[in-house]
Design a protein around this ligand. Structure first.
Ligand SMILES: *Cc1c(COP(=O)(O)O)cnc(C)c1O
Length: 360
């Protein structure tokens, strides 16, 4: 066999939430709901579907490697320059590109623990050295993260809000932290749940970028905009950072259906605002129901909730699965006793609560 890069064996492959069809087949269930991957439970808007149908007729052509139309739309929306944007095959790719560009082979990366698994996997696979700083009461311990900074530090990842905790750091905390970190270290704010956040003191990172040239932001069309299956996300940073990442990416990393759908999403914001409101109302429904059942949870600023399910979360997650409700067992994240559930449609959330009640 070929000798592989030894870094590869230092990580475990990412284990995604089980697909609905697989569970249905394996368990012979009639109806299965998936609340395991923080997906939007609603389909794309009719306008977005129409844009995809038009794009489908041209998939014999390569996509626009520069994402011209989408780039222009987002640059306008966020009031940034065209060359401050970078598109990726999901924001996962933006994370991976940043690690490869700045931290590969011996650079150091600082992340929270537990945090989004892709930071960890991308770092290890690039041969970066990882520092994992435990959360305190499910919040970032920014002082402890700052204390890990040394001459080899290249990137600090801040999931804001992070997954799986669902909590966020404030404008004030972000600013204090940025002020304390040397400007040659990339501070990467992963804002995958940006569109769901309902908090006045959530950081204005694009504003902060004017003062802190080492700040980078990543966002995605996967979560609130419901295009997880198409894989499209983007990064925003100063143009010198974007220029470096742009050299590293593959020429056609974002497919044409994804570009067309994302551009159509931007032209159909009211549809998505309505969904965000619905998810928010459902989050409150889940809070009420969990409280009534005496089950502890973390207040979330995303479309998922970290739930303290009890002693053995693997058993509970399995029991839910057997009844056709797919959630995430957080034991893999080192959170024994916790499950993470996405906020689904009203019917799905009701079924989750009912099934959880039966099991407990
Ligand atoms: C889901 C998620 C992402 C990435 O999603 P993509 O589909 O790759 O855009 C990034 N960060 C966090 C914290 C997430 O939960």
């Amino acid at each position: 066999m070929q000798a592989a890069n030894p870094y590869i064996f230092k990580t475990k492959p990412y284990v995604p939430g089980k697909p609905i069809d697989e569970v249905r087949r394996e368990l012979g269930l009639k109806s299965v709901i998936k609340l395991a991957s923080n997906e939007n439970p609603y389909p794309p808007s009719p306008k977005v579907l129409a844009a995809m149908a038009r794009a489908a007729r041209e998939v014999n052509r390569y996509p626009d490697g520069g994402c011209f139309i989408l780039r222009r739309g987002l640059a306008r929306k966020f009031n940034v320059d065209d060359d401050q944007l970078l598109f990726g095959n999901g924001s996962d790719e933006i994370i991976c590109l940043a690690v490869r560009a700045f931290a590969a082979k011996g650079g150091e990366v600082i992340i929270a623990k537990p945090s989004f698994l892709v930071y960890e996997i991308a770092s290890i696979l690039s041969g970066a050295r990882l520092h994992q700083v435990p959360l305190q009461s499910f919040r970032y311990d920014l002082q402890a993260m700052r204390a890990k900074v040394n001459g080899r530090t290249r990137i600090i990842f801040i999931g804001n809000p992070d997954n799986p905790a669902g909590t966020y750091i404030t404008q004030r905390q972000a600013e204090d932290f940025l002020r304390s970190v040397p400007k040659n270290i990339l501070v990467f704010f992963d804002e995958a749940y940006f569109e769901y956040v309902h908090a006045d003191d959530y950081p204005d990172t694009l504003g902060l970028m004017k003062k802190y040239p080492n700040l980078m932001v990543a966002r995605t069309f996967s979560k609130m905009y419901g295009l997880a299956g198409l894989r499209i996300g983007y990064g925003i940073a100063r143009r010198d950072i974007i220029d470096i990442l742009n050299r590293l990416r593959e020429p056609f990393n974002v497919n044409s259906m994804a570009q067309a759908a994302a551009a159509a999403v931007l032209a159909d914001e009211p549809y998505y605002r309505k969904i965000a409101q619905e998810i928010h109302a459902q989050r409150l429904y889940l809070y009420r129901s969990l409280k009534a059942m005496n089950i502890a949870f973390e207040e979330s600023f995303t479309n998922f909730i970290l739930v303290r399910a009890g002693a053995d979360s693997s058993v509970i997650a399995d029991a839910l699965l057997n009844k056709g409700v797919i959630v995430r067992d957080m034991a893999v994240w080192g959170l024994k006793g916790y499950i993470r559930t996405s906020i689904g449609t009203p019917a799905e959330n009701k079924r989750f609560i009912k099934t959880l009640g039966e099991i407990l």
